[in-house]
Design a protein around this ligand. Structure first.
Ligand SMILES: Nc1ncnc2c1ncn2[C@@H]1O[C@H](COP(=O)(O)OP(=O)(O)O)[C@@H](O)[C@H]1O
Ligand SMILES: [Mg+2]
Length: 304
């Protein structure tokens, strides 16, 4: 059903309802709304159909006065037709809220594991270091070289645990805020991948934790994408702080891609980013052209 066909149905059903405003006729308004929603029409199409139908009612009555009861009945019909939209809007809002709770639960869990890795496993390793150092004094010199190997393995485990813990949950984000955490992330990706990642931007001060972690995760996913897909030789992160909103843009000079890819991908990354932003009242924008790199801009309100 397109908008014109809908307007015809709407007029016919409204006409019947105004002749005889009973429950059964009213339920046709709800059904009409349900079909319109399923066929991808919007509330503006409904409003336009209602307006058109009302004009037809008025002109049919020519100069005769319209009783208040008719106006009231027409309003009821209109509201009934819109109610499937209202229900689906509430559903979407609840979905966004549930999604946000789930994300917060996941972030808390990641934080717990990160602390366990960093603090508890870290302390155990420190005790092993002491024990090994103790043993060194008691061993004959020829065995000490072997012990040195054990020590360097322990050091590697320690570094890996620390990196893993930072990746799971960046403690610097909790302690110092978004800008230092992004600086740290840019440096570690530069070190790991060998392409320079620069960071510029204003200091946003402390933002609500959920906003900080969401922007951080967005940059993390965008940089992962740069490494995985872009074949870029450099990338940049830019943080802009306005009075109401913060925006963060991640650019690369890689192969770029058609924006339609986003809709037709199995990848969870960008879809996840969009959902997380939506849940906070934010948005995601793309500029990407084949062979001319990609820019991804996330924008989010500063407060909750
Ligand atoms: N910076 C980028 N440069 C080139 N292509 C990209 C970039 N970011 C994303 N893409 C493309 O968009 C797709 C979707 O990305 P994403 O949702 O993160 O999923 P995934 O990374 O799991 O494939 C990728 O598969 C890739 O083709
Ligand atoms: Mg990805």
């Amino acid at each position: 059903m397109n908008a014109e066909q809908f307007a015809e149905h709407y007029w016919a059903s409204l006409h019947k309802y105004l002749d005889d405003p009973n429950e059964v006729q009213r339920s046709t308004a709800y059904e009409l709304g349900r079909h319109a929603l399923a066929d991808g029409l919007g509330v503006l199409d409904i409003a336009a159909a209602h307006y058109g139908a009302l004009q037809r009612v008025l002109s049919a009555r020519a100069r005769r006065a319209i009783p208040g009861a008719v106006i009231k009945a027409a309003n009821e019909f209109f509201a009934e037709c819109l109610s499937p939209f209202e229900i689906s809007y509430r559903g979407a809002r609840e979905g966004a809220r549930a999604w946000q709770h789930l994300n917060e639960a996941l972030e808390n869990e990641a934080k717990r594991i990160a602390h366990a890795l960093h603090d508890e496993a870290g302390q155990l390793l420190a005790s092993v270091h002491f024990a090994v150092a103790d043993m060194a004094g008691e061993l004959p010199p020829q065995s000490r070289a072997r012990l040195q190997e054990v020590k360097s393995l322990l050091n590697r485990i320690e570094t890996e645990l620390r990196d893993l813990s930072h990746e799971l949950h960046p403690t610097v984000l909790d302690r110092l805020g978004l800008l230092p955490a992004l600086q740290f992330l840019a440096e570690s990706v530069t070190k790991r991948a060998g392409i320079p990642i620069t960071l510029k931007g204003g200091e946003p001060g402390r933002l609500p934790p959920v906003v900080e972690i969401t922007l951080y995760r967005i940059v993390q996913e965008a940089l992962n994408n740069v490494l995985k897909h872009a074949q870029a030789s450099s990338a940049s992160i830019e943080l802009k702080v306005g009075p109401q909103r913060v925006s963060c843009t991640i650019r690369d000079n890689g192969v770029g891609f058609a924006a339609e890819r986003i809709q037709h991908t199995d990848g969870l990354g960008l879809a996840g980013i969009r959902e997380r932003l939506n849940a906070l009242g934010g948005s995601l924008h793309f500029v990407s052209k084949p062979k001319r790199g990609t820019a991804l801009r996330a924008e989010v309100p500063k407060g909750r």
